[in-house]
Design a protein around this ligand. Structure first.
Ligand code: HEM
Length: 515
């Protein structure tokens, strides 16, 4: 009897306690989800089952790019959403964006918060995720590696890798009607260039036999094929940000362990070889990072430039990760656009012929004169830019043009949507390189494939030069055509880590017919 009483009392107690906890949690969530209402920012109502509004991404992954255009039509140029419990504001308004990216940069200097601590020991020091003084020191140290004079020195690396691509495509031109898998060929080219520049080593990823890609290609593909969107970790970190601290404690990394281990041991070997006196006449970013090496204690005690050993490892990996797929996918889209727009291809070829006649060979000065090809690259980045959204975090309450941003709020920049908005572009789904003729007429905030402001893409000039060098070599030698199964424009897209074509794109090359 006495035992029963205790037992029944305990059950009631537990039920009451559980109900109280559930009610308190529900009230807490309700309170968090009042933020946008209080700020008068329109939004789709969040739901528990949708983890705020995150469920939209799981239900319809295309909403990460197409969805922003749809929402602008419903809500206007500023609207909100909830990433789990946290409010985010999407901004299409150029004036507000200008202030966020440039004038108020100190308040909006962070791009990534979620997942910034769980990239693994080395990648947690990557330029893309660090903040404050550390970001400034690492950016100051790496920036000179991307100056015009250093790019000029690295032209040889780009030319060498382009020549290998041309040699391989010549083999294709002789068989199977010149048909090639764009991802396979342009992806390996891009990986070769970025590995040579960031790691200072020849990865030889283009020298392969069919069906047996080198280890580095397999590892890189593994990195980019995995997507976090909609995974339990993705949802957990967004719903309960403190989970990231626990994951960091256990050294959890969102990158597959094999990938991090592979690249960190690759860099370790290179560091040891170069420290043991192995010299190279080649100018590459690794060489410049090694020259800048400082101790952990110098870094902690306020050095303004220099990288620690862990930062060298992390940043060489980040340069590879940030530069490989973005450039490869842009090249795929560019070749596709030129194959489906023969007039633009002919015009680019003629420009290359004229410049070759004037300069005799491909020099840095010659590459910089490729005006029409640069227009084609920019128009490709507008139509099919690899980064469909950008972001900034607010570190202090601030009101801009009547919109209140709160500390810790995320500002989402709908890059794809800005690039396809009929309010800013005529026939936005058409490839029309002429519209990029006078870049002074294009607002760098509205067209920002490489981001904007002091924290824009550090590899911008590197990527543009690399793409011009390889297209110079390709269009000099080949005509690029569609195959029987190449889809017609506009291409269907999907977004995993980057924007890419939904289906594999095959094109074909043949020796140049046009003069
Ligand atoms: C077509 C090629 C590329 C595109 C479209 C692209 C795009 C971007 C974008 C949109 C950002 C964010 C900028 C912002 O928040 O304002 C970024 C950042 C970055 N990119 Fe690129 N990128 C490309 C190629 C490269 C290359 C080749 C490298 C290096 C070799 C590189 C390294 C980086 C790094 C390290 C960051 C982080 C910068 C920071 O936080 O300070 N990217 N990129």
């Amino acid at each position: 009897m006495w035992v029963m009483e205790i037992f029944s009392y305990t059950i009631v107690d537990v039920v009451v306690l559980l109900v109280t906890i559930v009610v308190l949690i529900r009230l807490y969530i309700h309170r968090q989800w009042q933020v946008l209402n209080k700020l008068n920012i329109p939004h789709t109502p969040p739901t528990i089952s949708g983890f705020g509004n995150l469920g939209e991404l799981k239900k319809d992954p295309d909403s990460i790019f197409i969805g922003d255009l749809k929402k602008k039509k419903i809500f206007g140029k500023v609207y909100g959403s909830y990433n789990g419990l946290r409010a985010a504001v999407t901004v299409h308004d150029p004036e507000i964006l200008k202030q966020i990216f440039i004038k108020e940069f100190p308040i909006f200097s962070e791009r990534i918060r979620s997942f910034a601590k769980i990239n693994g020991k080395e990648l947690n020091d990557g330029l893309n995720v660090v903040k404050g003084k550390k970001w400034k020191r690492i950016r100051n140290t790496l920036s000179p590696s991307f100056s015009a004079s250093k790019l000029k020195d690295m032209l040889g690396i780009m030319e060498h890798c382009s020549n290998t691509l041309v040699k391989n495509l010549k083999r294709f031109a002789q068989k199977d009607e010149g048909r090639f898998d764009t991802k396979e060929m342009l992806g390996r080219f891009s990986l070769d260039v970025v590995c040579a520049a960031a790691f200072g080593t020849d990865a030889h990823t283009q020298e392969y036999e069919d069906g047996n890609p080198p280890k580095i290609v397999q590892v890189a593909q593994k990195t980019f094929n995995s997507t976090l969107i909609g995974s339990p970790i993705f949802i957990l970190v967004f719903m309960f940000p403190w989970v990231e601290h626990i994951l960091k404690f256990f050294n959890y990394s969102i990158f597959p362990t094999e990938v991090v281990k592979y690249f960190s041991s690759l860099v370790d070997v290179l560091l040891k070889r170069r420290k043991a006196g192995e010299t190279t006449s080649r100018i590459d970013i690794m060489q410049m990072m090694l020259k800048s090496q400082i101790s952990e204690s110098e870094a902690v005690h306020g050095a303004h430039t220099g990288l620690t050993q862990n930062e060298i490892v992390g940043n060489s990996m980040i340069l590879m990760l940030a530069g490989y797929e973005t450039t490869a996918n842009t090249l795929i889209f560019l070749c596709y656009n030129l194959a489906t727009h023969k007039d633009a291809q002919r015009k680019s070829q003629k420009e290359i012929d004229d410049i070759l006649r004037e300069h005799g060979s491909m020099t840095y000065e010659a590459v910089n004169k490729l005006k029409f090809l640069t227009q084609c690259i920019n128009e490709t980045l507008r139509l099919y830019g690899p980064i469909p959204r950008n972001a900034r975090y607010c570190n202090k309450d601030i009101k801009i043009n009547g919109v209140q941003f709160l500390k810790d709020m995320e500002v989402i920049v709908p890059v794809y949507s800005l690039n396809h908005d009929e309010e800013f572009w005529d026939e936005p789904y058409q490839f029309r390189p002429e519209r990029m003729e006078d870049m002074t007429k294009i607002d760098p905030i509205m067209f920002q494939p490489f981001g904007a402001g002091p924290r824009n893409c550090i590899g911008l000039r590197f990527a543009i030069t690399e793409m011009k060098v390889v297209m110079f070599q390709l269009l000099k030698e080949f005509d690029i055509d569609v195959c029987h199964d190449t889809p017609s424009p506009p291409l269907e897209l999907k977004c995993t880590s980057n924007m890419r074509p939904k289906e594999k794109i095959f094109l074909k090359v043949s020796p140049r017919k046009s003069a």
